[in-house]
Design a protein around this ligand. Structure first.
Ligand code: ATP
Length: 356
């Protein structure tokens, strides 16, 4: 599907009912997931939800307590058929890059090419180093490199042997924001080019949306939703998933008829029990501020310039918290000014209360 001449042959990777315990902690509970050959999947979730453990099982540095890991349909994790990490054809990029400090960039990348002939290893390493834009630094040592450069070396080392599967654990977490943007886009391009089946672990939804074909959202050792970034953003299956992708204003209400009554108005809803409690999530981008006198009456509490948009907090009569709004305000709405607040009802998400 992807890749160019000389690229990896992507492998299918699957987890079947995988459970992993560490003492009392069940780090993974019956996780089932199939990753297509060449697909880029992001494991997304909060700290401790089991992302790294799933990655370590794929790499073979951990053995599951129950369930199986399959590579190209072959069980590589069970006692009778276990395949050692170095025999799996899997490349790894760690959060701290794990570069050898006493080896140069070239030697670090060559390390992944044991088994290649001398000349061929050198040529392959230099190609990978050039590909990540570090040709001039091939003879430098890790301590002489910036964080972004070290990350690129780690990536070059992982892709040089053309692994069928590439596993990355929080590869951007040590980079500052600006660098992160650049390295993230470069990594996405490199993954497309190498064609390897890829799993990237992250707690950042933006990382996941920018790089992955599919996002696997995890919580407390389980997969809670799988889909494209757009699917998870637009149609989160739970309040938990919704919160991961957007900083909503949440408003409590009660279902009555085919709508939820809240202090910010009535919003249509489907499939919730009459009389039950619900939470309405309002995206800051969806709220429109209109001239005073229309829609809900409100007052601007703060307005902060953020560049492309303004962030505005609006006090609305009868609602005990400020409503968060993100909009580019052409006009000069000032703090303290009265405004009308329009919340398009087809842009809100409604969940049962307690569905956290
Ligand atoms: P983070 O983003 O912080 O790396 P994570 O989602 O990758 O988190 P894991 O590292 O997979 O989460 O850990 C899942 C759970 O298993 C956690 O509760 C963790 O403390 C526990 N755990 C992981 N590895 C071990 C271990 N070797 N021994 C004991 N407990 C462990």
């Amino acid at each position: 599907r992807r890749g160019t001449a000389g690229a990896a042959i992507p492998m299918a990777l699957a987890f079947e009912g995988v459970t992993q315990r560490f003492g009392e902690v069940e780090a993974l509970s019956e996780v089932t997931l199939a990753v297509e050959p060449g697909e880029i999947v992001a494991l997304l979730g909060q700290s401790g939800c089991g992302k790294t453990t799933l990655l370590r099982l794929a790499a073979g540095v951990e053995r599951p307590d129950a369930g199986r890991v399959l590579l190209e349909g072959r069980d590589v994790s069970s006692p009778g058929s276990f395949v050692e990490p170095e025999q799996r054809g899997v490349g790894l990029v760690f959060q701290d890059y794990a570069l050898f400090p006493h080896l140069s960039v070239r030697e670090n990348v060559r390390f992944g090419l044991r088994g290649y002939g001398e000349a061929s290893a050198d040529a392959t390493a230099l190609r990978a180093i050039a590909r990540v834009g570090l040709a001039d630094l091939a003879d430098s040592y890790p301590h002489m490199l910036s964080g972004g450069e070290q990350q690129r070396v780690a990536l070059a080392r992982a892709v040089a042997p053309r692994p069928g599967v590439l596993l990355m654990d929080e590869p951007f977490s040590n980079l500052d924001r600006r660098l992160r943007d650049v390295v993230r886009d470069e990594t996405a391009a490199l993954l497309q080019e190498t064609g390897a089946t890829s799993i990237i672990v992250t707690h950042d939804p933006e990382d996941a949306m920018r790089i992955a074909d599919r996002i696997v959202l995890m919580r407390a050792g389980r997969i809670v939703q799988v889909g494209t970034g757009e699917e998870l953003y637009r149609r989160p299956a739970s309040l938990f998933a919704a919160r991961f992708f957007c900083d909503f204003t949440e408003v409590e209400g009660r279902v009555s008829g085919k709508a939820v009554d809240t202090p910010l108005g009535r919003f249509p809803v489907k499939g919730l029990t009459e009389g039950s409690d619900a939470i309405v999530c309002i995206r800051p981008h969806a709220v429109r501020l209109v001239p005073n006198g229309y829609c809900l009456p409100g007052r601007v509490v703060t307005r902060r310039f953020l560049g492309e948009v303004d962030h505005i907090l609006v006090a609305v009569d009868g609602f005990d918290r400020p409503l968060s709004v993100r909009a580019s305000l052409a006009g000069s709405i000032r703090e303290g000014e009265d405004v009308g607040v329009d919340i398009p009802s087809d842009e809100v998400l409604v969940f049962p209360a307690g569905d956290t």
